[in-house]
Design a protein around this ligand. Structure first.
Ligand SMILES: Cc1cc2nc3c(=O)[nH]c(=O)nc-3n(C[C@H](O)[C@H](O)[C@H](O)COP(=O)(O)O)c2cc1C
Length: 395
């Protein structure tokens, strides 16, 4: 019995594989990784944060450099794929407006906005009217309440609603949209948040006569996991941790090796200078910070709205740039709860193929087991493994 993963439709885009590669800041997901994922039928995401510091020179004006290097990465990705390319922009960045404008000017397929509620989008974007733009807008939320707030505000102010929504659960890597005490709570699981979000956006989807795919993120590791969440009503998944351990990931090999070498007990929660909890791999740098050792720094620009330069124990931008370059004496790696399961570095194609096979095997197992009810709406009748196709999207 054959079948394949369902496509993911967002507005007028169709991704052959319902997998968005999560944006990974400060140089972990740039044009290299994003284009490789797009070429395999997924949605490749370039993270916008920190490019001026990562690639610029000391004399550069940082916000200008951020925007210029970001534009370069989008163009580079476009030159390597005809697939779907998007960007991730953190609302906590002081220059998020400029970065959104660059993304829209460059006609990226999707803009994913997280780390803050994107209630106001730049005037230059809203002036044009969302319907006149090439770009689809996708907020990241961690609750049905946050989703409702964004949908309500956009509907009222812009007569428009988001083109999809991503729920990031507590198992994700990087900064988390939960209070520290919520992270372990039984009520904060992705399985519990998903029905809440589906319910809270339903009236808006009906009013605007628009299909709003809900995508889940945080701890999705296998094709079986993808199958589980699609069965629960998600239209796709966003995965980041697994894409770090690929040849195409834009980080230094030392960064990837950190994932291969880490153990379950090394994955830890930190209190980031951004003011949010974050999940990372324990190392000497983090242990030293935890002991109260400050890493003095000067900050000529203030890249994050929420960072207080006077009290922050270290500069997170510098720490993440160092890690991206493999210099772990001066930084640390963000990672999701499942990073310890990774035991080798593979190509994006190998990873995507293995996820498809696992998904397929899950469907087949369910078909063969009469005890198990098949609740997946995508009946596997087409004799196609869905792996030959490298083009992903057509606008
Ligand atoms: C190294 C790393 C960096 C990340 N950077 C960002 C970021 O810049 N912006 C963002 O919205 N999410 C960021 N995330 C979160 C991911 O995009 C993704 O939603 C999440 O990690 C999914 O969970 P998973 O890693 O278990 O697959 C980051 C995650 C990792 C592992």
């Amino acid at each position: 019995m054959y079948g394949k993963m369902p496509e993911l439709k967002i507005g007028n885009l169709i991704a052959k594989t319902p997998i968005i590669q999560g944006g990974m800041g400060v140089g972990i997901s740039l044009s290299g990784l994003a284009s490789a994922v797009a070429n395999e039928g997924g949605i490749g995401i370039i993270a916008s944060v920190g490019l001026g510091i990562l690639k610029g020179k000391k004399k550069d004006k940082i916000h200008e450099a951020n925007a210029n290097f970001f534009r370069d990465e989008i163009r580079l990705a476009r030159s390597k794929t005809k697939g779907i390319i998007g960007v991730n922009i953190m609302m906590a960045l002081t220059d998020h407006q400029k970065l959104i404008e660059v993304a829209v000017e460059e006609k990226v397929d999707v803009v994913i906005v997280g780390a803050g509620l994107p209630l106001k989008l730049p005037k230059s974007v809203t002036d044009k009217g969302f319907n006149n733009l090439h770009t689809n807008f996708i907020p990241i939320v961690s609750s049905g309440r946050a989703a409702k707030l964004i949908f309500h505000h956009w509907a009222k102010k812009f007569n428009y609603i988001p083109d999809a929504v991503i729920i990031e659960g507590p198992k994700a890597g990087g900064h988390l949209g939960f209070k520290a005490e919520e992270i372990q709570s039984e009520n904060s699981t992705l399985e519990k948040i998903l029905p809440d979000v589906l319910e809270s956006i339903k009236p808006f989807a009906e009013k605007f006569k628009k299909e709003i795919p809900v995508i889940v993120a945080g701890g999705i590791y296998t094709g079986k996991d993808i199958h589980e969440f699609l069965s629960l009503g998600a239209s796709g998944v966003q995965m980041a941790t697994r894409f770090v351990a690929t040849h195409e990931c834009d980080a230094d090999d030392e960064f990837k090796q950190m994932y291969v070498d880490c153990k379950e007990e090394d994955i830890t929660l930190i209190k980031s200078p951004v003011g949010l909890p974050g999940r990372a791999i324990k190392n000497e740098f983090l242990e030293s910070v935890e002991k109260g050792n400050k890493k003095p720094f000067t900050c000529p620009w203030k890249c994050l709205r929420t960072c207080d330069v006077n009290t922050a124990p270290y500069c997170i931008a510098n720490a993440l740039v160092a890690a991206q370059k493999g210099k772990f004496k001066f930084g640390f790696a963000f990672a999701g709860t499942n990073a310890y399961k990774i035991d080798k570095i593979v190509s994006v194609k190998e990873l995507m193929d293995s996820l498809k096979l696992e998904y397929l095997s899950e469907i087949t197992t369910m078909k063969l087991d009469p005890e198990k009810e098949i609740d997946n709406p995508f009946t596997p009748i087409i004799p196609d493994l869905g792996m030959q196709n490298s083009m992903s999207a057509y606008k």
